[in-house]
Design a protein around this ligand. Sequence first.
Ligand code: G3I
Length: 348
Amino acid sequence: MIDRRAALTGLSAAILSSCTGEAATTDAAPLKSFLTAPLGVAAMTAEFADPQWQALTATHFDRLTPEWEMKMEYILQSDGSHRFEAPDRLLRQAKLNRQGIFGHALVWYAQDGAYFQNLRSDKARFEAAYRAYVQAVVGRYTGQVDGWDVVNEPILDDGSGLRNCLWRDVLGDYYIDIAYHAAHGADPACPLVLNDYNLEHTPAKRRQFLKLVDDMQKRGVPLHVLGTQTHISAALEPGALKATLRDLAATGLKIHVSEVDVSLKEAAKNAFDFKSYRAQQIRQIEELAEAWLSLPVAQQYGITIWGLRDKDSWYNRSQKGLLADEPLLFDDTGALKPLGQAFVKALR
Ligand code: G3I
């Protein structure tokens, strides 16, 4: 296990010399050694068959976030039964490489499934099944995960209030409290996270997110970490990342920068003239590192990159055939791109 402090002091000069070139580099020092908090990466069992993916993630990251296999879409079957083969494999993989596992995600508007849809007319049974799901999943991994995204993406995109979803339809706004209390009961020592996206892009959404956090704290809901996904465009307003981490940190809670990617396609739109946006992309990752370093160490829960190589990005899985996006730190050959080198340099 890398001694972070040694790496951050004694080795930083040597490391930086291998990460300051303009071209992509394959001799990058472990990225995780540049943070005192865990550096995570999104992972799925389908990637385990790729030796380069295995080697690079073991070298550079010390936490895995299951990209989809710890969500309801994988675990919950239509008859209410659960399957855990993939999450169990992810946990074994992480333990092999002395990495943590971050639990993502228990309750999400985007995934409710036939089982719960079929219970929607019976509130008592629905609530019992809802609690039981959270308790079963969290309980299976008690003491083995670094934390849980208990509720994911609860705020409407325009920031006007809570998103409507099956959970809220049946249980009301209290669906949030029920989930956190059930998770806390199943693993009292586990940090519980509220996670959302576009908090940097849409200040109104950030305000509404922080209002929910304040309301939850006033109701005594067990909430320990705030997750800001940070799926950003290279053309994001300069200063937005710093303002976001500053505002979230003002709560005193820990901060998880939970799903980082910096899209060129989101910036270039249909022009695809990526070259015009690369400098802005670099500037975004530098601002992220600067904002991160300005957080008190006690509030630095971790940074998670939403994929290893550009080809592993969710952006490139759903848009076959179109010009591939380049949102991640490593290129498709497994070399650390100038974006990754800029991240490392700014973390120093
Ligand atoms: O790999 C399997 C394939 O074997 C199977 O045949 C197929 C059948 O459905 O599913 C494939 O898995 C897909 C998986 O991505 C891997 O490609 C799942 O269907 C698909 O639902 C899953 O999508 C994930 C999505 O969340 C929904 O869970 C994306 O990978 C993942 O990047 C995305 O991540 C979300 C975060 O959880 C929340 N924040 C936004 C972020 C991006 O949308």
